[in-house]
Structures are given as structure tokens and as C-alpha cells.
Design a protein around this ligand. Structure first.
Ligand code: NAD
Length: 300
């Protein structure tokens, strides 16, 4: 059987596929190239690109499985795949640890003023009195969306001697017990947390779930973290909350529009930003390739 790898996945993943299948690599083809190529293949591997449209799927006469290395299936026409009995698989577990670790990298950077300390020292300034930070031990971390990543956040939080509370639409008592997490309502999480971190998918129900009203409930000392999807926070309301010092600060890995050039948030001081780097580690990328190869083998 033949697999077309149409996006850059880890060498380990490709090696695994080659153990069982004939593998051809064609990184990020145009739709017309993919339509032409796909007819001979039993499996297709993509990432967030290329787009797997109806045209591509219908041209895949032998196609049985589409593997998306990573999370999110928005580039794949799932309806057409379902109509034609083609299975779609992904690797949502591959990056959970990496994303959770980035949450703490961001929180510590903001809480200990790491960026300001680094920048001022490079300017030959020794300004210790302006660089007093906040300790994490004993603080409450509020996890909104207690799924795969949320659970890893709670696990790491335990290492910092933090108390974890969570809000989720699905209650998983076993997972909560595992890391000593207590479920609360959204309002309680917003009111009681020192650090609030979002780990929900972007859905109509989660779009702008943190807006003006929610910022009013937060502690003045709260730090808000978003490493989920940009649209979950109303960025205008966040800008106002930060500008008016309604909260201590915000750490963002994701934005409503990426890259967020010209975003007014980038002008604010009480913030730390990264460039949608949650899953951008050697380990997460290696795992994503291996998991997708295993998933394809399982289907075929
Ligand atoms: P998951 O499905 O394991 O967990 C999501 C949780 O959110 C679930 O427990 C679900 O019940 C809950 N949820 C859904 N709707 C909700 C609502 N309306 N209110 C409260 N909770 C709700 O997902 P995950 O693997 O933990 O990923 C979480 C998020 O992280 C996703 O948005 C994903 O796209 C994002 N992500 C970001 C990066 C990055 O690079 N920054 C990398 C991977 C994943």
C-alpha cells in the first residue's frame, strides 16, 4: 500500500510508515497537484496544511485514511471523508506536555519579570527594585477546560505547591482526583484564581468566553494565560483590562489573528507573548509523527 506524506512530519514518523508501506513525500502541494497525485494512494498525511478538499478526497479513489499530525481538523472536509468511508485520524496527545510546560514558562516569565530583567541588563541597567516578582507556591491556578492539556497543567502546578481548581462542561472525577483538582463554576474559577489558564477548544460556545464581564470578576492580581485558541478571549476587553490594571497581566501564545502584527496588545507592558509555540518542541513533533504513523497502521 502507498502513503502520501504531504506535510513535514518527523523523520521517526516517516521511518515507521516506511516499515510497512511505500512512502512518497510531497510537501505542501497545491490542490491541483494533490488531486492529480492522490489517486494512487491508500493513505494521506497532512498537518494544518495542505487543505484536503472535496475535490482531493473524491480524486482519492483508493484512499482509506487521512492522518493529521497534530490537533484540529479544520483543513479536512470531514463530511466528504465520512460520505466516502474514509477514516480521519490525528494525534491530539502528542503536544499536551509541551503546551502545559509553555504555560509555566510564560507565567514564570511574567511573575518574575524575566523579560524586563533580561532587556534592561542588556542596556547596562541594574534595576533590582523594579524587578520584584511573585511566588507561585500557595497560589491558586484556575484551569478552564480540564482535558488533556489542562490535566498536565494541574500536574505541574502540584510541583509548584499550587492549588488547582477547574471549570469544564464535562466532569471527570477520576482525572480531577488524580491531580487533586476541585471543579468549580466558571464564575468561582474567575473570582478565586491567582492564575487563570484557558485550555478549551474554540467553539461557538467558547468564543469570547472571557470578555468584559469576566475581567470584572478576576482578582486585581490575577494573571491570565491563553495557550488554547485566540478567539476564546475578547482581545478588546483584554486590552482594556490590562490598560486599566484590572488584572496583573496576561500571557498569550495564541491570538485572534495570527501573526498578530499591529495588534495593540503588543504595546502593553504587563504581558508576555509567544508565537503559537505550544506544540513547537522536538519531543511533541517527534511524537506527532510516530502517533500518526501508528494510527494509519491501525486503520489499514
Ligand atoms: P481536550 O479536548 O483534551 O480538552 C478540552 C477540554 O475543554 C475538554 O475537557 C472539554 O470538555 C472542555 N470544554 C469544551 N467546551 C467547553 C466549554 N464551553 N466550557 C468549558 N470547557 C469546555 O483538548 P486539549 O488537547 O487539552 O487542547 C485544549 C486546547 O489547546 C485546544 O483549543 C487546542 O486547540 C489547544 N492547543 C494549543 C496548542 C498551542 O500550540 N498553543 C497546541 C495544542 C493544542
Amino acid at each position: 500500500m502507498k502513503i502520501l506524506v504531504a506535510a513535514r512530519i518527523s523523520e521517526e514518523g516517516i521511518k515507521k510508515l516506511k516499515e510497512k508501506y511505500e512512502v512518497e513525500i510531497m510537501y505542501n502541494p497545491e490542490e491541483s497537484e494533490l488531486v492529480e497525485k492522490i489517486k494512487d494512494f491508500d493513505g494521506l498525511v497532512v498537518r494544518s496544511k495542505p487543505k484536503v478538499t472535496r475535490k482531493v478526497i473524491e480524486a482519492g479513489k483508493k484512499l482509506k485514511v487521512i492522518g493529521r499530525a497534530g490537533v484540529g481538523l479544520d483543513n479536512i472536509d470531514l463530511e466528504t471523508a465520512k460520505e466516502r468511508g474514509i477514516k480521519v485520524v490525528n494525534s491530539p496527545n502528542a503536544s499536551s506536555e509541551s503546551v502545559a510546560e509553555l504555560v509555566f514558562a510564560l507565567v514564570l516569565a511574567l511573575a518574575r519579570k524575566v523579560i524586563k530583567a533580561d532587556r534592561s541588563l542588556r542596556d547596562n541597567k541594574w534595576i533590582k527594585k523594579d524587578l520584584r516578582g511573585i511566588e507561585l507556591a500557595g497560589k491558586t491556578i484556575g484551569i478552564i477546560g480540564y482535558g488533556r492539556i489542562g490535566a498536565h497543567v494541574a500536574k505541574i502546578g502540584n510541583g509548584f505547591d499550587m492549588k488547582s481548581i477547574a471549570y469544564d462542561v464535562i466532569i471527570n472525577e477520576e482525572l480531577a482526583k488524580k491531580y487533586g483538582v476541585v471543579y468549580k463554576t466558571l464564575d468561582e474559577v474567575l473570582r478565586e484564581s491567582d492564575i487563570i489558564t484557558l485550555h478549551v477548544p474554540l467553539l461557538p460556545q467558547t468564543k469570547h468566553m472571557i470578555g468584559e464581564e469576566q475581567f470584572k470578576m478576576m482578582k486585581k492580581t490575577a494573571i491570565l494565560v491563553n495557550a488554547s485558541r485566540g478567539g476564546t478571549i475578547d482581545e478588546k476587553a483584554l486590552y482594556n483590562a490590562l490598560k486599566n490594571n484590572e488584572i496583573y497581566g496576561a500571557c498569550l501564545d495564541v491570538f485572534e489573528n495570527e501573526p498578530p502584527f499591529d495588534n495593540p496588545l503588543l504595546e502593553l507592558e504587563n504581558t508576555v507573548f509567544t508565537q503559537h509555540l505550544g506544540a513547537n518542541t522536538n519531543e511533541a513533533q517527534t511524537k506527532a509523527g510516530i502517533i500518526i504513523a501508528e494510527e494509519i497502521m491501525r486503520i489499514l
